[in-house]
Write a protein that binds this ligand. Structure first.
Ligand SMILES: [Zn+2]
Length: 232
């Protein structure tokens, strides 16, 4: 487990906010009320979150679609992409991995909700393909940041879980634990993102670090930590 977790990551193109328990939001509540103030300079009206369903599809916030997506959590979506300035795209997690992608060449970004289901279902590849389609993103240019999520120190799984994994993903099971970070970093690398552009030191274990919300540690707590990315 790495301890080099930072809440705010500034790059020349975009800024990433990986929240923790102190930024907790309750997904069912932000549908009708405002988000709690976040350590993010954008007003809440410019932050986009959608209804996460642990699948592998997502939405693009473009000039054309922007007006349709102003309501939080209305559309089923597990990643958001955009090339618009002054828009924050986010996911809410507690053990699933938030993954941020930056394409500095085409000035485009993504925020992905990657639990094990979405991860083995190809959500990262879908987000990259969507960015390629709309913005011309090449994986070789993309920079990835994996945020706080369940790590192998704590992510214990059983045979029922293993049976649901596709064969190739069994490589990320060891000692009855699933390596969500290695699974996603391998997918990112195989998609064509150079290893040195995949940042893992922005991740830490949400289960054993009580600074974070963890579904595994407390499944009764409906609150989630927000992860948001926006173009500078
Ligand atoms: Zn742990």
């Amino acid at each position: 487990m790495t301890q080099r977790y930072k809440t705010m990551i500034k790059t020349p193109t975009a800024t990433i906010f990986f929240g923790n328990a102190s930024h907790a939001v309750i997904p069912d509540v932000i549908r009708t009320t405002t988000l709690r103030p976040l350590a993010c300079p954008l007003p809440v009206q410019q932050l986009f979150f959608q209804n996460q369903v642990h699948k592998n599809q997502g939405l693009a916030i473009t000039e054309e679609t922007r007006k349709n997506y102003t309501a939080h959590l209305v559309h089923d979506s597990d990643y958001l992409i955009t090339h618009l300035p002054n828009i924050g795209i986010g996911v809410l997690t507690a053990d699933c991995a938030p993954i941020a992608l930056i394409d500095p060449r085409n000035t485009a970004i993504a925020m992905i909700h990657a639990g094990w289901r979405g991860s083995v279902g190809g959500i990262v590849l879908n987000a990259l393909a969507h960015m390629n389609n709309l913005y011309g993103t090449q994986a070789s240019d993309a920079i990835a940041y994996i945020g706080p999520c369940a790590h192998t120190c704590c992510y214990q799984i059983d045979q029922t879980f293993v049976n649901q994994l596709p064969g190739w993903a069994h490589a990320f099971v060891q000692n009855n634990r699933f390596d969500l970070v290695a699974c996603n970093s391998t997918i990112l690398r195989q998609a064509g993102i150079p290893a040195e552009q995949i940042n893992l030191n922005t991740s830490t274990c949400t289960i054993c670090n009580e600074k974070f919300l963890s579904y595994r540690r407390n499944s009764l707590n409906p609150a989630r930590q927000p992860s948001i990315i926006w173009l500078n």
